[in-house]
Design a protein around this ligand. Structure first.
Ligand SMILES: Nc1ncnc2c1ncn2[C@@H]1O[C@H](COP(=O)(O)OP(=O)(O)OP(=O)(O)O)[C@@H](O)[C@H]1O
Ligand SMILES: [Mg+2]
Length: 412
């Protein structure tokens, strides 16, 4: 494959960035603005661009406009304090462009470029193919919004919220929704959502990536008849879990988002590579916490790591069982962030619904717990949320290494 090219308009501080990009399989083209404009006006083709806005030279705006005139080149705009007016108008989040605050480590910039490639349907260098073995383009029909339910601690209600969120989005929008069970080894979404089981991704685990075709994924996905939500599971047998590779999960997300408007992922509660890849493929992460010291401490550590790599703003905190234990105000204070939604506890109803394989919002729509779950879905489906800047980033490696460092620091 051709190496994706990245134009670096960075004012002379680009060498470590060029190295990081070259190592990651990109072709880095460092140029000042004049050179870049001259080069692009000739035969120069570029896939992505990074512009340092800090010097606020007129050339920045001209270059940005040029990059969007002939080809729509996804661009990362870097700044330290103030975003220049023309860059505010550029409206990252709605377009394919993004902002990033300096200083940004070279690896972090690389992850973000990789994420941009994935979201523009391009192949990541060294990543998954965009063509089949015989050279045909893999069909892409849509660009679904990927939302992960995550908690570093198990048992806090991720699956319950994921299932109800998927159904609520489907009811609220009528859009196609894929619920993906990526809690490899233990998760069993089809046990709480009564949908037939077709083997899951485990069936594809021994096939080479070129056989991970649309038909192959279609055969593993099933439909929850009552809601129309499509369900894609990793499998059921813990013994199969080792065979489910990160690449297969990423390919599954990619397939899911090209064929559905929404992809809701129920993640494994850990910092393993597979989970971090799911978070990296997400546009939003719903961090689920319960009002207890243990889960809060874990959530706080996760948020700290996310802040460290400058990415906390894609995380929304959902407090489950919010009417017991530590108050929501104290949770917000402890976590140093606002709480986006709360879900009350309702043990008997939750158990009855789960035992029947019916989502609680369908079985008990009038309960407060269902109202709360619908409000969780509204975080995504109300128009204002759709217009909000949506970050699309790939940052699992940074997070994993930070997590490992944190682990060492506390003597884990
Ligand atoms: N708000 C709630 N009220 C009552 N019961 C709840 C609530 N949230 C979750 N539960 C119940 O708590 C149990 C754990 O929830 P769930 O399986 O969704 O957690 P999880 O985070 O997915 O756990 P794991 O990490 O083990 O997969 C389930 O029996 C579920 O029905
Ligand atoms: Mg679960």
């Amino acid at each position: 494959m051709n190496r994706p090219s990245v134009l670096l308009a960075l004012d002379g501080w680009s060498s470590s960035y060029e190295d990081a990009m070259t190592d990651a399989g990109f072709e880095a083209v460092a140029a000042d603005r004049e050179e870049a404009l001259a080069w692009l006006s000739g035969d120069g083709r570029i896939d992505l661009a990074v512009i340092d806005c800090d010097r606020s030279q007129p050339g920045d705006e001209e270059l940005f406009a040029f990059l969007h005139s002939t080809q729509r080149v996804p661009t990362i705009l870097l700044f330290t304090n103030d975003i220049p007016e023309w860059a505010v108008d550029a409206n990252p989040g709605v377009s394919r462009d993004e902002y990033a605050r300096k200083p940004i480590p070279p690896e972090a910039l690389v992850y973000r470029l990789q994420a941009m490639l994935i979201h523009s349907g391009r192949e990541v260098p060294g990543g998954l193919p965009t063509t089949t073995a015989d050279g045909a383009e893999i069909e892409t029909v849509g660009e679904g919004t990927v939302v992960s339910l995550f908690a570093p601690k198990g048992g806090v209600g991720k699956t319950m919220i994921a299932v109800n969120l998927a159904v609520a989005i489907r009811q609220q929008t009528g859009d196609s929704v894929c619920l993906m069970d990526a809690d490899v080894g233990v998760g069993n979404v089809t046990a709480v959502l009564n949908a037939p089981y077709h083997g899951g991704l485990a069936h594809l685990a021994d096939s080479p990536p070129e056989e991970w075709t649309n038909d192959a994924f279609e055969q593993t996905v099933t439909t929850h008849e009552a809601s129309g939500v499509r369900v894609l599971t990793w499998g059921t047998e813990p013994s199969e879990s080792e065979r489910i590779s990160t690449d297969l999960l990423v390919a599954a997300v990619r397939w899911a988002r090209t064929h559905h408007s929404w992809v809701i992922i129920d993640c494994h509660p850990s910092y393993d590579d597979r989970t971090m890849a799911m978070l990296a493929a997400s546009r939003e992460i719903f961090l689920v916490v319960t009002p207890e010291v243990g889960p809060l401490r874990n959530a706080s550590q996760f948020l700290g790591l996310a802040r460290e790599v400058g990415l906390a703003d894609m995380v929304k905190v959902i407090v489950n069982r919010s009417n017991h234990g530590i108050s929501v105000e104290d949770i917000a204070k402890t976590l140093g962030t606002r709480i986006s939604a709360t879900v009350v506890s309702n043990g008997p109803k939750a158990i009855a619904a789960a035992n029947e394989g019916t989502p609680i919002i369908i079985k008990y729509p009038k309960e407060q717990m269902s109202t709360d779950l619908y409000n969780v879905a509204r975080l995504l489906t109300r128009p204002v949320a759709l217009e909000a800047p949506a970050r699309r980033r790939s940052w699992w490696s940074a997070l994993v290494s930070s997590a490992n460092e944190a682990g060492k620091a506390v003597g884990r």
